[in-house]
Design a protein around this ligand. Structure first.
Ligand code: THU
Length: 142
């Protein structure tokens, strides 16, 4: 089992199709690609108490950590948009909290993963460290 940039983006797009986002109607999918070839996905999960919303990236990281993924996180794909228009318009970049969640997982596998933020006209490619420079992580508590 392995993934490529294209299949990771396709996995994120498929995950977005499973979003529970009745309040914003903005569907986001995230896919985590690990060095062992595995992929873990997540979609955003909203709540009638709006502030409790979980972003797609956070759901994916929670799934991975709770299933004991500790290996090298190599890449992350994120895609979003209004229902029926996922991937249309500008790329969706991970929110601040999600950057921190991704950093925790990345630090466990000692890597600075590539983050592909998928837009209509282009895929923005960034290192996680560019999205979250000088991050606070598990090393600070060691
Ligand atoms: N959202 C994500 O899932 N990931 C992001 O990086 C940005 C925002 C979700 C949260 C909420 O359900 C919806 O998008 C609108 O903010």
């Amino acid at each position: 089992m392995s993934w490529s940039k294209e299949t990771l983006i396709a996995a994120a797009r498929e995950a977005a199709g499973k979003a529970y986002a009745p309040y914003s109607n903005f569907h986001v999918g995230a896919a985590l690609g690990f060095a062992d070839g595995s992929v873990v996905t997540g979609a955003n999960v909203e709540n009638a108490s709006y502030g409790m919303t979980l972003c797609a990236e956070t759901v994916a990281v929670g799934k991975a950590l709770s299933e004991e993924w500790r290996g090298k996180l190599e890449a992350v794909a994120v895609i979003g948009g209004k229902a029926g228009a996922v991937g249309v318009g500008d790329p969706v970049t991970p929110c601040g909290r999600c950057r921190q969640m991704l950093h925790e997982l990345a630090a466990l596998g000692k890597n600075d993963p590539t983050v592909w933020c998928v837009g209509e006209d282009a895929v923005l490619e960034l290192a996680l460290s560019e999205l979250l420079p000088r991050a606070f992580g598990p090393g600070a508590l060691a």
